[in-house]
Design a protein around this ligand. Sequence first.
Ligand code: ZN
Length: 217
Amino acid sequence: MQQPKIPGLDIPVRNIYCIGRNYAQHAKELGNSVPSEPIVFLKPLGAICYDQATVSIPPQSESVHFEAEIVVAISASGKNILQADAKNFIGGIGVGIDFTARDIQSRAKKKGHPWTLAKGFENFAPISDFITDFKSIALNDLDIKLFQNGFVKQHGNSSEMIFPIPQLITFLSERFRLHPGDLIFTGTPEGVGPVNQGDKLEILLNNGQKSLTVNIE
Ligand code: ZN
């Protein structure tokens, strides 16, 4: 398999870090408590796909949910990165969908098992083109909106994150050495829901500065 690349940066994707429950309203809608430190999981590289991708509902699941998320691309290596320096390690900002087989995840949660099987199916991590000139963009004021068949289902802003982007970079880099090509899916705002065959999902970053369209089959 060709190593997938980050659109706009043209560097290979390395690790796909994902943050769970980073918006209080989303934690509530799934009946979860608000975490005291970031919840981190990984997706496999085979989950990466791009704008205009087609995503299949796998035979193992009867309930695949969309989770629209702001995605940060790391472009420099670092360990123990300070929050004040975090922006210097970002090479791009985009949007993605953390597709989740909610039925498989619910069973895993009950048993205390990892979420990998629920989160890692092929094409379960579509990503948009990335904004690479974001020096004038405020990391704490990124707007994200998801449309399902033309209807707005999710609308969030990075200002509502429990753990803002610089804090996520610090937290991750205190545990893992970050490298160019690492992606961070920063968590989803409220309004997640199931997809059906034939659905068209569209996500806008900052009202269309970047967008991502995915079809469900
Ligand atoms: Zn998510």
